[in-house]
Ligand binder design. Structure first.
Ligand code: KIV
Ligand code: ZN
Length: 503
């Protein structure tokens, strides 16, 4: 199987992402992980750009043993010298020289004619070649360059010794068919192209960086330049994880291998996100938090029956632990049952019905129902305590200038019993109303309120401890409303006491 060379530029183009800045220690940590991931070449920086970048490239070159290490340089002596002095320590050093070739860049940015650019490109590659064998040349803004001129430049730099010619879609302007045709045209029109590897470097301004890279591969490119999490100038570069997983998952279309250990992808993505401070959007392909998460009941049901119904890759293949079944308002009974089973609860059908109703009510109130919520629901709802008194409804009024007042209705032997009471606070007023209805006068020994889950819409869990007669009983109740949770906890304890004959 032919191999696609994976050239990672997270530390160079990726670091050019607005907002991303890496110190040398962080760069080295990422470089080591990139090596573990199995990238073929690490572009570690642009040595002439700052003394810090020079040191970072030098450090990476010294430490990295398997991957090649590359330094970027403009087509001028000082840049090439700096890049060489930084990468020369690497086991497999590479110099990457670039010069813009598009009409717009030559006229406005460089203010140079085609002939001058052609001469400078060939000169720079020749000069670099005197220092190193492995030379890459990029005609910057190649996708907007006049094709005949582009062919001439490529021929000249290959003659001068370039071993890789990289075709950048610098401003992410190209489209897959067009970019694929550009590579095909280069293969057909540059006479010495067989002496160099064709590489591509696509930016994502139109969201087409990965598609353009893949189209290029189908037309003869054998190196793809990419970054972890798609970092890079503006909208970023082709993402390594998307490129590699496309090649792997669609091996029916792309008959190529890569040296990437895909199980390291997620870890690498997390590390880069942590060290650059640039978070990964949840719906990002391959590495986003939702990439293997399913919420819809229909999807969860399908998945639980056969994973491939809704998953084209195994989460474990890119380093996720497992598929995530998110329990929310779109989830169904099958998803709930499977999760409860995983948590160790095997419910009867009737109990599951009850739990499902309660779950749906909660899911309507909060976005995601967590395992802790479910445990509370099951223990609260599916307990063996007979509900001698059951909460029907309650009303409380409270404030810092009024006496708290509560009106509580309980069901007892299929009758609704109602009582009103004032109290020191809304919970106290509710408890006093309950005492009026039940005639029970327990001593409250303890009251505890905990947010079981995080966020403003967290499920509150109240536990109470009371002395009823000679014995002490505990009660628990949960709700997103803390007064309701308090009432449920009190009733739970009273029902226990009543069931046990302790009044
Ligand atoms: O986008 C670009 O053209 C580049 C070159 C330096 C290869 O990053
Ligand atoms: Zn770039």
């Amino acid at each position: 199987m032919e191999k696609i060379i994976i050239f990672d530029t997270t530390l160079r183009d990726g670091e050019q992402s607005p907002g991303a800045s890496l110190n040398n220690k962080k760069k080295l940590e990422i470089a080591k992980q990139l090596e573990t991931l199995g990238v073929d070449i690490i572009e570690a920086g642009f040595p002439v750009s700052s003394p810090g970048d020079f040191q970072a490239v030098k450090m990476v070159a010294r430490e990295i043993k398997k991957a090649g290490v590359c330094g970027l340089a403009r087509a001028v002596k000082a840049d090439i010298d700096a890049a060489y002095n930084a990468v020369k320590y690497a086991r497999r050093p590479r110099l990457h020289v670039f010069l813009a070739t598009s009409e717009i860049h030559m006229r406005y940015k460089l203010k140079k004619a085609e002939s001058e650019i052609l001469k400078a490109s060939a000169w720079a590659v020749k000069y670099a070649k005197r220092k190193l064998e492995d030379i890459e040349f990029s005609p910057e803004d190649a996708s907007r360059t006049n094709k005949k001129f582009l062919y001439k430049v490529l021929e000249a730099v290959i003659d001068a010794g370039a071993t890789t010619v990289n075709i950048p879609d610098t401003v992410g302007y190209s489209t897959p068919y067009e970019f694929g045709s550009l590579i095909k045209g280069i293969k057909e029109n540059v006479p010495n192209i067989h002496k160099a590897v064709i590489s591509v470097h696509c930016h994502n301004d139109l969201g087409l960086a990965v598609s353009n890279s893949l189209a290029a591969v189908l037309n003869g490119a054998r190196q793809v330049e990419c970054t972890i999490n798609g970092l890079g100038e503006r909208a970023g570069n082709a993402s390594l994880e998307e490129t590699v997983m496309s090649l792997t998952t669609r091996s029916d279309i792309f008959e190529f291998g890569t040296s990437i250990k895909t199980k390291e992808i997620y870890k690498t993505s997390r590390l880069v996100s942590k060290l650059t401070g640039i978070s990964v959007q949840p719906n990002k392909a391959i590495v986003g938090a939702n990439a293997f998460a399913h919420e819809a009941g229909i999807h969860q049901d399908g998945l639980l029956k056969e994973r491939r119904t809704y998953e084209i890759m195994k989460p474990q293949d890119v380093g996720f632990e497992e598929t995530k079944i998110v329990l929310g308002k779109h989830s169904g009974r099958h998803g709930l049952k499977a999760r409860l089973k995983k948590l160790g609860y095997t419910l009867t059908d009737k109990e599951l019905d009850k739990a499902f109703l309660r779950f749906k009510k909660l899911a309507d109130k909060k976005k995601e129902v967590f395992d802790e919520d479910l445990a509370t629901i099951v223990e609260d709802e599916i307990s063996a305590i007979p509900e001698i008194y059951k909460l029907v409804s309650f009303y409380v009024s409270s404030g810092n200038k009024v006496t708290p007042n509560a009106s509580v209705t309980l069901k007892h032997k299929s009758k609704d019993l109602k009582a009103d009471s004032t109290g020191d606070g809304p919970v106290d007023a509710c408890y006093k109303a309950i005492e009026k209805i039940t005639g029970m006068r327990p001593t409250l020994l303890g009251y505890n309120l905990n947010a079981v889950t995080a966020g403003k819409d967290a499920l509150g869990e109240v536990s109470v401890r009371m002395k009823a007669g000679k014995s002490v009983v505990n009660g628990r109740g949960a709700s997103t409303d803390v007064i309701e949770a308090s009432l449920k906890a009190y009733l739970n304890a009273l029902n226990k006491a009543k069931a046990l004959g302790k009044k």
